[in-house]
Structure formats: structure tokens, C-alpha cells
Design a protein around this ligand. Structure first.
Ligand code: NI
Length: 182
């Protein structure tokens, strides 16, 4: 499969709730491979299908492992305990903000064969799973920022060269996000 163009903040697919996956076929396996290839190339630690223009509930991730993982139709059980730390997004290139997330998550869903899987994560893995599941619900991490930080983020966004372009004509350049791009 191949490396695809990543949709940028402002693209309506990123604010649209993605559809449940119902077909566990070759098309889904190809989509997961595209997500993995594009995520590893970026590089990022997670990527959700809407970021590649596909409105389906599936994402890939690579945290604390040499091999990427994926999850289809995730349902999350979140801890009340909160973590705060820097977060970024491949659809919001170059911008990082402290974002509060649950410290721990138990994510239930399916693998590419439609078999049930459970992922238990803490710290960055937990942050990643929450961030990617948000993408499936049409939520970008900017939406999770506190009011004053969100204002700063929106100002910074408006000053980027790519913001507001309906169809960016360039490939996103690699950017250093300390491995936190999701
Ligand atoms: Ni993201």
C-alpha cells in the first residue's frame, strides 16, 4: 500500500463522526496498511482513518512497540485520574499544546478480522488512544484545550501558511514533535 496525504485542520471530514466498520474485508486491510505506512512516514504515533479522508472508525498507533497496532470500532473506558502534557496532531502540523487526558484507558474494539480485542494503556498510549478515538468522533485536540490555550492555538493556526486552504497542494513536511504527533 502507500503513503497518503494527511487531511489538515479545517477539512470537514475532521469534524464529522465516522461510520462504524461493518466489512472486515481486503479494503479494510488495505486502509489499515495505508494508515500504518502514512503514520510511520510522518512520523507520528497514531493516525485515524478520517485523517486520510476515509470516514470509518479505525485507527493505527505505535507506542512502546516496534510494531504498529490498530483498533476498529473502539469503545473507551476512561480513568478519572487525569494526566496533563504536550500533545500534537498530524492534521495540525507544528503546533503542540498541553492537553488534559485520562491517565488510563481500557479500549475495546475489533481487529481487522473482526475479532474482539482489548487494549489497556496508560500515559502516552492512553493519550494516543483517546486522541485517535476523538478523531473518529469528529473531535480535534484543539477542542480539548482550555479556553485561553484554545485562543492561542486558533491565533497560531490562522498564522500558519496552510490554514484555510481547502485543498493543500503540498505534502506535509516532516516536523519535529518529539514523537507526539498523533
Ligand atoms: Ni491527530
Amino acid at each position: 500500500m502507500s503513503i497518503k496525504q494527511i487531511r489538515l485542520f479545517g477539512d470537514p471530514i475532521l469534524t464529522t463522526r465516522a461510520q462504524e466498520v461493518t466489512s472486515f474485508d481486503k479494503e479494510l486491510r488495505n486502509l489499515i496498511k495505508d494508515l500504518e505506512d502514512t503514520m510511520l512516514d510522518a512520523p507520528g504515533v497514531g493516525l485515524a482513518a478520517p485523517q486520510l479522508g476515509v470516514s470509518l472508525r479505525v485507527f493505527t498507533y505505535i507506542v512502546d512497540s516496534d510494531e504498529p497496532g490498530h483498533l476498529v470500532n473502539p469503545v473507551l473506558d476512561l480513568s478519572e485520574e487525569i494526566q496533563d502534557g504536550e500533545e500534537g496532531c498530524l492534521s495540525v502540523p507544528g503546533l503542540l499544546y498541553d492537553t488534559k487526558r485520562s491517565l488510563q484507558v481500557i479500549a475495546k474494539g475489533l481487529n481487522m478480522h473482526g475479532e474482539p480485542v482489548t487494549i489497556s494503556g496508560t500515559d502516552l498510549l492512553s493519550r494516543c488512544i483517546q486522541h485517535e478515538t476523538d478523531h473518529l468522533d469528529g473531535i480535534v485536540f484543539i477542542d480539548r484545550l482550555d479556553t485561553s490555550t484554545r485562543k492561542l492555538a486558533m491565533k497560531a493556526l490562522r498564522e500558519t501558511e496552510w490554514f484555510g486552504q481547502v485543498q493543500p497542494q503540498f505534502k506535509i513536511s516532516p516536523h519535529n514533535t518529539q514523537g507526539l504527533a498523533l
